[in-house]
Design a protein around this ligand. Structure first.
Ligand SMILES: Cc1cc2nc3c(=O)[nH]c(=O)nc-3n(C[C@H](O)[C@H](O)[C@H](O)COP(=O)(O)O)c2cc1C
Length: 188
């Protein structure tokens, strides 16, 4: 059986009861056999400061190495003030530097935005895509994944109980798996 593709999942919320983390865990649970999803933690990354590159924080180095190893990156993000939360932007900034060593370069990308609001984090989803263009991350176009009304999708244990959203996320992952193979086919 072929080795599953290594997908680094970046979640843009640090909240214990984060709806985005619950959605990311649902994606992990329902991922097709060809994809191995892992949440890469970003909460301990020091705020990006180029002055620190000469003696880079260990967390930056480990994060950069983890992104380098990944076959692809999947972002699951809330919307903060119609944009990307600072914690996720910071992780992107850390992974993209120092200049000329963008660890995201060419990795197939996917974006899922999750919000209790009605428009499912549309603003953050597209704000994020703006950075991903610059970082040369080719992002899956369709299906778009704006998960709205997310406060009602999970039970008390954090399990996604809404069948149609689970089904939609399954279709999203199938398309994403095909996207990963298209952009970064296995060469072994
Ligand atoms: C600083 C801040 C700004 C927010 N701005 C938005 C927003 O622009 N659009 C939106 O739909 N929700 C907004 N929210 C509400 C978040 O969608 C909500 O807190 C959500 O649960 C955060 O995701 P999480 O559950 O994964 O932590 C904001 C929340 C915070 C803390």
């Amino acid at each position: 059986m072929p080795t599953p593709r290594d997908i680094a999942v970046l979640v843009g919320s640090l909240r214990r009861e984060s709806l985005n983390r619950k959605a990311a865990k649902t994606l992990i649970e329902i991922a097709p056999n060809g994809l191995q999803l892992e949440i890469v933690e970003i909460g301990a990354l020091a705020l990006y400061n180029a002055d620190r590159e000469d003696d880079a924080p260990r967390e930056w180095t480990l994060f950069r190495e983890r992104i380098t190893r990944a076959d692809a990156v999947l972002f699951v993000t809330p919307e903060y003030n119609r944009g990307v939360p600072g914690v996720l932007k910071n992780a992107i900034d850390v992974g993209s530097r120092p200049h000329g060593r963008n660890r995201f370069d060419g990795k197939p990308g996917g974006v899922v935005s999750v919000s209790p609001g009605a428009i499912g984090g549309f603003g953050a989803n597209h704000h994020l895509r703006q950075s991903l263009v610059f970082l040369n991350v080719p992002v899956l176009q369709q299906p778009e994944a704006y998960i709205g009304g997310a406060g009602k999708l999970f039970d008390d244990a954090g399990k996604m109980t809404n069948a149609s959203t689970r089904e939609f996320l399954g279709k999203f992952l199938d398309a994403y798996a095909a996207w990963v193979e298209k952009i970064a086919p296995v060469t072994r």
